[in-house]
Write a protein that binds this ligand. Structure first.
Ligand code: BMA
Length: 356
């Protein structure tokens, strides 16, 4: 199925008639079929460990913690849209949407890929994405609900942003980590029907009503979970292009690094094997949409834990989370001067790991 998809896309791309979606699908299918994995980093051009772009309009946006260490840029860059729904100029972490637009364009021009997550506010309570004080939020924003009109406006603003990117292709993975219960759209906060309706409403509005042809849709629940659980809230093959999962390494209190690393690697390997067979059945791409080990305390995390867990897994990309400029211990990629940076450099030089 994947090969057929790649051949069809290649033919379209060759004929010059491919839509942005089709071009990106062809690029990622090709990578996957060649067992190549694009390496990605969240917010990479906006800030890093102890630095921040302050004037994005004049700044060339060429700094990158990843490039400082590996000599090359991440092949995929992630940004978060949280705050776009309110009409804010900056997202929840202070990144200007103007910077994202400019950096996304540069990333695609250099042959890379861009992905967007979304941590929107809680439309019922006014709290943030992590406000789980009510299990009525999803119900309230669906058609017939008291906050539906407001939600329509939120989607309109999100669609306006995507539209402003022109024909630049991108991956969007809304309503992520939905099998846990830490976001207002999480497992215990809405029914499976409500969740599916939320995802489908979002897809229908952007794709059908607004006619956006530049989006690849990624469904990315938190892992590890069984295939049955993964599919329990799956919105449908027509509105998903890629299956993803978010898995982080968290040692238990007092747990040795070797044991935590082993447990995490087993979880990733098992979950990606599950995704690989689901993706083959459903004709989808697959990815490790978010991962990492906060503060990178394991000297050989990249070559000894992550790489063996993802090698040959069939994923087209892996993305590690952000390097906060204002929280010294909150980083997931190395930076210049970090004591274990060389392990990342070695990872980046593996022939199946792609940087730009
Ligand atoms: C979380 C943390 C938060 C951040 C959020 C959205 O995992 O990094 O600090 O606000 O992602 O980017």
């Amino acid at each position: 199925m994947r090969i057929l998809m790649a051949v069809c896309c290649a033919a379209l791309v060759f004929s010059g008639c491919a839509s942005p979606r089709e071009r990106l699908t062809a690029q990622l299918s090709r990578a996957a079929s060649e067992h190549q994995i694009l390496y990605g980093h969240q917010d990479d051009p906006a800030y890093g460990h102890a630095w921040l772009v302050t004037d994005w309009e004049t700044d060339p946006l060429v700094r990158s913690d990843v490039k400082d260490v590996a000599g090359r840029y991440p092949a995929i860059v992630g940004f978060d849209l949280g705050g776009i729904e309110l009409g804010d100029a900056r997202n929840l972490d202070g990144v200007p949407f103007g910077l994202m637009r400019k950096a996304a364009r540069q990333q695609v021009e250099r042959g890379g890929v861009v992905t967007f997550s979304w941590h929107p506010r809680n439309p019922l309570t006014g709290g943030d994405a992590w406000d789980i004080s009510s299990d009525q939020v999803v119900k309230a924003i669906l058609p017939g609900g008291e906050k539906h009109a407001e939600f329509e406006l939120w989607l309109e603003r999100t669609a306006d942003f995507f539209e402003s990117l022109g024909d630049m292709p991108l991956i969007f993975r809304p309503w992520h980590e939905n099998l846990g219960s830490w976001f207002w759209w999480g497992g215990r906060l809405c029914t499976a029907e409500e969740y599916r309706a939320l995802y489908r409403y979002t897809w229908t509005y952007l794709t059908k009503e607004r006619g956006l042809k530049n989006i690849l849709w990624c469904y990315s629940p938190n892992g590890p979970v069984s295939a049955a659980d993964f599919l329990s809230r799956y919105p449908g093959d027509d509105c998903v292009d890629m299956l993803g999962t978010d898995i982080y390494e968290y040692p238990a209190p007092g747990e040795a690094l070797a044991s935590a690393g082993q447990r995490y690697a087993d979880q990733v390997r098992t979950m990606l094997a599950t995704l690989q067979s689901l993706a083959a059945e459903h004709g989808k791409l697959l990815c490790l949409s978010e991962t990492g080990f906060e503060g990178l305390p394991d000297p050989q995390w990249w070559t000894g834990v992550l790489y063996p867990a993802i090698q040959g897994s069939g994923i087209c990309y892996v993305l590690t989370w952000r390097n906060a400029h204002d929280k010294p211990g909150h980083f997931y990629a190395p930076w210049k001067g970090f004591e274990y940076a060389n392990d990342f450099k070695q990872f980046s030089e593996k022939e199946d790991i792609i940087l730009l």
